[in-house]
Design a protein around this ligand. Sequence first.
Ligand SMILES: Cc1ncc(COP(=O)(O)O)c(C=O)c1O
Length: 349
Amino acid sequence: MTSYFRANVEAMDGYVPGEQPTDPAVIKLNTNENPYPPSPRVMEAIAQVTPDQLRRYPHPLGERFRRTAAEVFAVRPEQIICGNGMDDILNLVVRAFTGPEAALVYPVPTYSLYPCLAQIQEAVVREIPWGPNGALPLDALVEARGRLTILANPNAPTGIFTPVEQVAALADALDGVLCVDEAYVDFAESNCLELARTRPNVLVMRTLSKGYSLAGLRFGFAVGDERLIAGLMKIKDSYNVDAVAIVAAAAAVADQDYHRQIREKVIIERQRLTRALIGLGLPPLPSQSNFLFLQVSHPPAARVYESLKARGILVRYFNIEGIRDFLRITVGTPEQNDALIAALKELIG
Ligand SMILES: Cc1ncc(COP(=O)(O)O)c(C=O)c1O
C-alpha cells in the first residue's frame, strides 16, 4: 500500500517511552519518576483553579510561572520559555536550529528522543561516543560543527555529571547553540544555569517531572539569552502550557523547602542503594541523578529484567547496541529499594 507519510516519517520507528503499568502494586523503577508526592502547595493551587480559568485560554507564555521561576532562578522572565514537559522544548530547539543542512550533535549513549526529533526534521545527525569513563569528548563535539549540540547533564542513562567548567569550555568553543538538558540536575551537586545567564549560545532546560514529582502534569522550561528565547517563542504552539499546569508548576518551584527535602531523601537512598549494589557485585556508574546504571552480565541483563518484572518490579532495559548488558534502575522509596535488593540477591547471588 502506498504510504501517505513523508519518506523520513515512514522510515522512522518513533520514540518508545518506558512502560506505564496499570497495576498500582507494581514497584515502578523504570522511568525515573520521583517516588515522593508533589508539594502540598501544588495540590492547593490546583484545587483553587476556577471555572473561569478553564473557560478562557491560558496566558500564552505562562506568565505566572515565568515570574515565579525568574525570582527563584535569578533571571528575567524574558529569559524563560515554558513547555508541555521538557520534551516539548527539545522538539522546539530541534525544529528551530537543525535541518538537512544544519547538524544536530550529541554524545552517545544518551536520551533516545534526540534522534527521533531529528528524523522528523530530516536533520543531519552526528553522534559522538563519550570518552573513557563517560568523559566529555569536547574536541570531537566541536569538530562535529553542530548548529545545535545537546548535552544531557547528568547524562541519561548513565547518570554521569560533566563538570560545569567543561560545559563552559564546550559552549565557548562551539559556533552553534549548546542546549544543556538538565532533566536530572535537581539530584546533582552543581548545575549550568550560570552559563545560560552569561553565554549568548547556551540554553539550559529543566523539567518538573523528576525533582518536583510532577511527571503527570507535563511541565518543563528553558532558560537562556532573551534573543534565543524570543526566537523559540515564534514556533511554539500558541498555548503550549495549560491553565492548570501553569499555576501548579508555579506553586511547585515556589516551594523550594519541600523540593530540597525530597531531593535529600532521594540522594540518601541513591547512596544506600549504591552500597547495596556494590555488595552484590553490581557496582553502578557514579550517578548524580535519581537512577543508577549498572552492568549485569550473569545472568544476562535482559533475563534479570524479565525475572524482576515477573516479581512485580519494573526496571529499564535498553535493547540498544553497546548497553545491552546494562540495567537502569530508578531510586525508589526505602521499601521499594529493599524489595529490589532482596530480589536481586535471589536472582544473582
Ligand atoms: C534526559 C531527559 N531529558 C528530558 C526528559 C523529558 O522530560 P519531560 O518529562 O519534562 O518531558 C527526560 C525524561 O525522562 C530525560 O530523561
